[in-house]
Write a protein that binds this ligand. Structure first.
Ligand code: G4P
Length: 520
């Protein structure tokens, strides 16, 4: 089969949500469609504390720390589906953000009883700045939640994205009747026991009980209103990430999931060209290329291997092939390659644009590295620096080990495990991370890989805002709002909180404060 054919079959996406909105439940349902698991409940058994059967997770269990953002792939409707996990809860880290650079679209799950929550906003911002198409699933319709119109309004106001409801719910909770599937011109009726039947619009008149139900009529009226006053459907706007198609349903029941997935999977884009230093590279370009978006160091001392996660962007990957590392020009053989699925860590023999493979890292790679073959050497766009939130001062426990300490920090920062800042006044080392997990990994690796025990002193959650060099004025900052420099020596301020930030803005309207979420 031609490369082009293979590429057009690829659908690579991530599911983003706030913890407990239903990401795991939805993932399980999709894996069931792909016949990848036999029964739901095997992806992650939260209550039983039992992990899924994957070797990968077994490795994590040995380490005691769960670090993975795994990749699951299966065939559905002759399409090759790749789902990338975006770890939340205590696993939330920069890797969660970086995973979003490797996907072609995103499914955003919102708990309709709660509306938009904090972690969803952060992940959404990353998708926004990268122009990734976003499909919304309003979950938990089997419960009494917020009104559908209010949910759409919330999406538009809080996330500033246009919405287009692909279906419309009739009732919710106990009185839930089903959904009007606007895209499929049918009504999906909900029955006790969570089964669903599909009634084409032109046959609805045969279902008197249903269409005369006041809940059905109310929903029909609402839908008319939405059709008249709402946004127009535009596939171009969806693909630009400016309009999000909204689906209603319940991942647990499951209800509306099949309709959602069938529609989503055909609207979601296949891999397209990606920017490089030599201009855009098409996914069906004959020459293999890809970039590394995540490196996972195994913390089990018996298995010191590192796995680099590579997103294939063009050409064909063959196991054992020799590629060039664009940054250094060095040739490397990709001998061990793995693809992570829910049930096993399989060896991959070939892969195409859109696929994610795990390659053995002989300590040669950095996050953002481009691997390629062919006569041209280019690099994919640098991965953005994401704004950290948790900051800690770090010092060596043993001053005699300061050499190891510096080497360890330098390498881990370069690898992208954590961000480093220097206090402008005292020159102290300040670390920045997106989640607490990054500190656990950092501390562990400093001790075990560099023999340098560290002491961390929290300076709490901060709001980092970058400044222009010419606007740096030491007098303006006290120890409360720290003035620091990043690893590129760019100045920034770590504001204590929103209040301190707004107060500063009021006092110094001429100073331009840059939020990384907005510039990347
Ligand atoms: P997450 O991965 O986004 O953190 O969420 P997860 O799927 O684990 O779901 C969080 C909780 O919400 C789970 O309940 C799950 O069963 C429930 N849930 C998910 N989808 C729906 C839905 O459509 N309707 C309802 N009513 N509940 C839903 P739990 O009691 O916390 O855990 P569990 O014992 O069920 O795993």
């Amino acid at each position: 089969m031609s490369i082009n054919n293979e590429v057009s079959k690829r659908k690579t996406f991530a599911i983003i949500s706030h913890p407990d909105a239903g990401k795991t439940t939805m993932t399980e349902k999709l894996l069931l469609y792909g016949n990848l698991i036999r029964s739901a409940g095997t992806v992650k058994g939260k209550k039983s504390g039992k992990f899924a059967t994957s070797d990968w997770m077994e490795i994590e269990k040995q380490r005691g720390i769960s670090v993975t953002s795994s990749v699951m792939n299966f065939t559905y409707d002759d399409l090759h589906i790749n789902i990338l996990d975006t770890p939340g809860h205590e696993d939330f880290s920069e890797d969660t953000y970086r995973t979003l650079t490797a996907v072609d679209s995103v499914v955003m799950i919102i708990d309709s009883t709660k509306g938009i929550e904090a972690q969803t906003i952060k992940l959404f911002k990353v998708c926004r700045m990268r122009g990734i198409p976003i499909f919304t699933f309003m979950n938990k319709l089997d419960r009494e939640g917020k009104e559908p119109l209010a949910l759409l309004e919330e999406l538009e106001e809080v996330l500033e994205i246009d919405t287009y409801p692909m279906n419309w719910p009739a009732g919710m909770g106990k009185g839930f009747l089903g959904i009007f599937d606007r895209h499929g011109d049918q009504f999906v009726q909900h029955h006790p026991g969570d089964t669903e039947t599909y009634i084409p619009n032109n046959e609805l008149s045969n279902h008197k009980d249903l269409i005369e139900n006041p809940t059905f009529k109310d929903a029909q009226q609402e839908l008319e209103l939405v059709t008249e006053a709402g946004n127009e459907y535009s596939e171009e706007a969806i693909l630009r990430g400016e309009l999000t198609p909204v689906f209603f349903g319940s991942a647990l029941s499951p209800f509306g999931v099949q309709v959602f997935f069938d529609t989503f999977i055909h609207l979601a884009p296949s891999p397209t060209s990606r920017k490089t230093t030599l201009g855009p590279i098409e996914p069906d370009n004959e020459d293999f290329s890809g970039f590394i978006f995540k490196i996972q160091a195994n913390m089990n001392p018996a298995h010191r291997d590192r796995i680099a996660f590579l997103r294939v962007c063009s050409g064909k990957f063959d196991r054992g092939m020799t590629v060039r590392l664009a940054r250094t020009g060095k040739e490397l053989k990709l001998a061990q390659s793995q693809q992570m699925v829910a049930s096993s860590r399989d060896t991959v023999d070939e892969a195409y644009a859109g696929d994610i493979i795990g390659v053995y890292d002989p300590n040669a790679y950095q996050i953002g590295d481009t691997l390629l073959v062919g006569k041209n050497t280019y690099e994919y766009d640098e991965l953005p620096q994401f704004p950290p939130e948790l900051f800690k001062k770090v010092t060596a426990k043993n001053v005699l080990k300061s050499k190891q300490f510096r080497k360890g920090i330098e390498q881990l920062v370069q690898e992208g495990a954590i961000q480093l800042f220097r206090d402008q006044m005292t020159d102290a080392f300040i670390l920045g991370a997106v989640g607490e997990l990054q500190y656990q990994v950092f501390t562990y690796r400093m001790q075990h890989e560099y023999n340098a025990e560290v002491m961390l002193e929290s300076i709490g959650e901060r709001l980092p805002r970058w400044l222009k060099e010419e606007q740096v004025d030491r007098k303006l900052f006290d120890s409360g709002n720290l003035l620091v420099r990043d690893r590129n020596n760019q100045p920034l301020v770590l504001f204590r909180n929103e209040f301190a930030l707004n107060w500063f803005k009021d006092k110094n309207p001429k100073i331009e404060l840059i939020d990384l979420f907005e510039v990347n």
